[in-house]
Design a protein around this ligand. Structure first.
Ligand code: ZN
Length: 295
């Protein structure tokens, strides 16, 4: 999703008449669920949850409310809202403690620090923070409640294109000032930590990437914001998503990446799918579907 203050802006922009009582950002209980990928220990960390009204402003922006409602009903879900989780992924690999994305941050009700604590990790122990992209629900947690770097010993890595975009946004000035000494950029395609490769997943933001983690014969791709809803984004990958910077390019990337994940039977972590966000993309009756599960 969007800028550092995205959820607050979203909440403010959906005036009360549009909102049901339970629409908007909510603060879930902290959670940390660990699983093995080959010899590595990965942990899904819960940060937040957001409930968007079905108003065709975010999901199905070019399809309309009725079409979105139809997909939701067919999946057995309420047809007036879309609930997305906000999670991050912890990877302990080769002496590195790697955190992929940081959630909303404590100023926007993020509970990631408590979830990290459940996993037995302190912020000072994190050695590398890998950023998929710079929307607020992924970089908000880079700062603590006082605006200081939340992971004082970590190198922060993101694509060069994404960092250039962050630096160009006036609303990110405080974030840039706080983290710039610790940021190291990369060109997508190469290794960014032991066993972790950054893959370009173009379109959502100017430098959006996924991170592919490999251990032995096992592989898992953290898809970042390639897909937001485990139902709508998979059933209708060609529908526009309101937060995609380049909607046409994202549609192509989304379909091609989902097809590859399904054909390769690759494990997938999706930060916005229902917690813990781990499973497989499969093809069923001509459409992509999400099957939850851990290695
Ligand atoms: Zn997001």
């Amino acid at each position: 999703m969007r800028t550092l203050a995205s959820l607050a802006i979203l909440a403010a922009s959906f005036a009360p008449p549009i909102l049901a009582d339970d629409v908007g950002a909510t603060e879930p209980a902290p959670a940390a669920q660990s699983f093995k990928l080959g010899t590595l220990t990965l942990t899904s960390l819960r940060d937040g949850q957001f409930v968007a009204p079905n108003d065709a402003r975010i999901f199905g922006a070019d399809a309309g409310v009725a079409a979105v409602a139809d997909v939701l009903r067919t999946a057995g879900l309420p047809d007036d809202r879309i609930t997305v989780s906000i999670d991050a992924l912890l990877v302990r690999t080769g002496g590195h403690v790697v955190l992929i994305d940081t959630g909303n941050g404590p100023k926007a009700h993020g509970v990631l620090p408590a979830s990290l604590g459940i996993a037995g990790v302190t912020p000072a122990q994190v050695t590398d923070v890998l950023i998929t992209h710079s929307h607020g629900d992924h970089v908000g947690g880079l700062l603590d409640v006082s605006g200081k770097p939340a992971f004082p010993n970590a190198t922060i890595r993101m694509s060069a294109a994404e960092w250039a975009w962050v630096r160009s946004k006036p609303e990110s000035a405080d974030l840039v000032k706080a983290i710039k000494a610790r940021v190291r950029t990369f060109k997508p395609g190469g290794m960014v930590a032991p066993g972790i490769r950054a893959l370009p997943l173009d379109g959502h933001t100017p430098g959006h990437v996924g991170y592919e983690i490999t251990s032995g014969k096992e592989r898992l791709l953290d898809i970042g914001d390639l897909a937001h809803s485990s139902v709508i984004s998979l059933e209708k990958p060609e529908w526009a998503m309101g937060f995609d910077s380049d909607r046409a390019l994202t549609k192509v990337t989304r379909r091609a990446t989902l097809a590859k994940l399904a054909s390769d039977r690759e494990w997938t972590f999706a930060p916005h799918f229902p917690y813990p966000g781990v499973g497989h993309v499969v093809v069923d009756d001509g459409a992509f579907r999400w099957v939850e599960g851990t290695p």
